[in-house]
Design a protein around this ligand. Structure first.
Ligand SMILES: NC(=O)C1=CN([C@@H]2O[C@H](COP(=O)(O)OP(=O)(O)OC[C@H]3O[C@@H](n4cnc5c(N)ncnc54)[C@H](OP(=O)(O)O)[C@@H]3O)[C@@H](O)[C@H]2O)C=CC1
Ligand SMILES: O=C(O)[C@@H]1CCC=N1
Length: 276
């Protein structure tokens, strides 16, 4: 296996998720000369170039070279067309292909490029930007152990990753941790608004909302106790928390959350059919 200092990585698409990964890799000690990217947006290219000092090209095939890894970081809608564009460059040296796209399957990527290619389908999330990503990964049969280690090195640069044994589990990870940050942000938005209604200033409500979320998340991560036990510790009999949790239960919040996660999972499944 190449050591990290020898790796050459090409990003196709240099938007939010690519920026998170590029930032994480540079923080972990890769040099800017090891990474290049392509993206059609001038403003985005300038942003990436100014922020990370890597080479960014308008043309997906420009200065493609012979990368060890190609990271596909475009929207699912354009994946098929983008792969038609870069197919010849990729097939020149058959690098490991890592996709971060929601819904696009390894079978589709193999069909659009080559069935011989090693393809890893991953599902990261935006906290990768600060090294706190939660990432699911699925490897097709062509992926060798050394390529798995390379994938882990990349994903470990931006968070915590798990290998999945079945590709359908990537849809579940998408519904859980891929989309999950948005669920927590939405909950926090509503919590802040409710606190403002109770008379707190917007500034205080925002600060206390964020610190409560961070504190609860860190406690959950660092404690050996179950989430249920941690919840019970906050909940005094007939106290304030019990009053709030009863209100959630009356609205069947468990069913609401289950339906939302099912909807995200289903959308991940249908995305692949839509853009086939
Ligand atoms: N955002 C998230 O939380 C997560 C996103 N993902 C996945 O990551 C992928 C990228 O998402 P995200 O980074 O959020 O999206 P962005 O829109 O921020 O990034 C995609 C980038 O690809 C560029 N692009 C468009 N067409 C091409 C092309 N033909 N060749 C090269 N680049 C192109 C876009 O340019 P332009 O804007 O000019 O079209 C854009 O800069 C998606 O597939 C998504 O499913 C996965 C996990 C989480
Ligand atoms: O909303 C989406 O489709 C992407 C995938 C997971 C998070 N964002």
């Amino acid at each position: 296996m190449n050591s990290t200092k020898d790796l050459r990585i090409r990003f196709v698409g240099a938007g939010n998720m690519a920026a998170s990964l590029i930032g994480g890799l540079l923080n972990k000690g890769l040099t800017a000369s090891q990474i290049s990217a392509s993206d059609p947006g001038l403003a985005q290219r300038d942003y990436i170039k100014d922020t990370f000092r890597i080479m960014v090209h308008e043309d997906n095939n420009a200065h493609f070279g012979m990368p060890d890894i190609v990271v596909l970081a475009v929207k699912p809608q354009v994946m098929k067309q983008v792969l038609a564009d870069v197919k010849a460059s990729i097939l020149t040296n058959e690098p490991l292909v890592i996709s971060v796209a929601a819904g696009i399957t390894t079978a589709q990527i193999e069909r659009w490029l080559s069935p011989q290619l090693s393809v890893v389908r991953t599902m990261p999330n935006t906290p990768a930007l600060i090294g706190q990503g939660a990432i699911g990964m699925f490897a097709n049969e062509q992926v060798k152990d050394a390529q798995k280690r390379m994938t882990e090195q990349i994903m470990d640069a931006v968070g915590t990753s798990v290998w999945l044994s079945k590709e359908s589990q990537v849809d579940a990870v998408t519904a859980l941790s891929g989309s999950g940050p948005a669920y927590f942000f939405m909950f926090m938005e509503h919590l802040q608004a409710a606190a403002e209604q109770l008379g707190l200033t917007a500034e205080d409500a925002a600060l206390l909302t964020k610190k409560t979320a961070v504190g609860a998340a860190l406690l959950a991560e660092r404690s050996d106790e179950s989430l249920a036990t941690l919840r019970e510790r906050v909940t005094s009999p007939n106290g304030t928390t019990a009053a709030a949790l009863d209100a959630f239960a009356r609205q069947h919040v468990d069913e609401v959350i289950n339906q939302a996660v099912q909807a995200a999972n289903e959308r991940s499944v249908t995305l692949s059919r839509e853009f086939d």
